[in-house]
Write a protein that binds this ligand. Sequence first.
Ligand SMILES: [Zn+2]
Length: 277
Amino acid sequence: MLRQVAEGVLIHESEFCRSNAVVVQGRAGVLLIDPGVHDYEMAALANDLRELSQPVVAGFSTHPHWDHLLWHAELGAAPRYGTARCAATVRALLSDARWKDRVAKVIPPDIAEQIPLDLLGLITGLPAETARIPWDGPQVRIIEHQAHAVGHAALVIEERGVLVAGDMLSDVLIPMLDLNDTADPIEDYLTALRLLEGAADDVDVLVPGHGSIGGADQVRARIEQDRAYVHALRDAGVPDDPRVGPSATFGKDWLPGVHEWQLQHLARRRERDGTPG
Ligand SMILES: [Zn+2]
């Protein structure tokens, strides 16, 4: 079921990890950002859009993680975009003949059969430094950064005051750093938070990749919450964060011990690189 969060901006929340698909109404159809997860959910979304006489005219994936790269045949054959880095990462994955096995390893087994992989990641990379998504609708500004995943884009739907944050600023998931592809994951994350902070004045509605929609007051509050977590992680301190620990939501089943894992991974990196604390 689609829910309006701002004029001409609707979301669909998935049963999986409270993932938010975002629909932006344009002149001749909609832009669909991170379309969803389950096969039947995306089919239902396609059906809802058909009933609204709103064809999908463009797609966008915020970052190259499987749950943001899916697509359903009934959504049609519109161009699907991502940043150049995002597209290159996906291309490298898809060039491996066994890519479906690799992706299947990170999908929770209980839902694996409901995840349609055939159209995963068929995106066109926008040239580096592209400022806006090329489509006929409200201007959507791209804020590219390297937190959480290579070539991650947050999007600002300027005329609607909406920030689509991708996998940051969630009220249910702690910041998950990209610990594989970057030289300084902590600094990359803090840099990205500063970029989002720079856009905060333009934003009345925050849509995270997973979790609750936030109002204007939530934008800076969640930036601060994410920053405090990343600082605690950097300093190997104990984060005072309701998203960590046994009280955390579904995340504990799907992602047990993410915080501990990140701590250990960073400690190993420091040992390897010989960098102090
Ligand atoms: Zn992600």
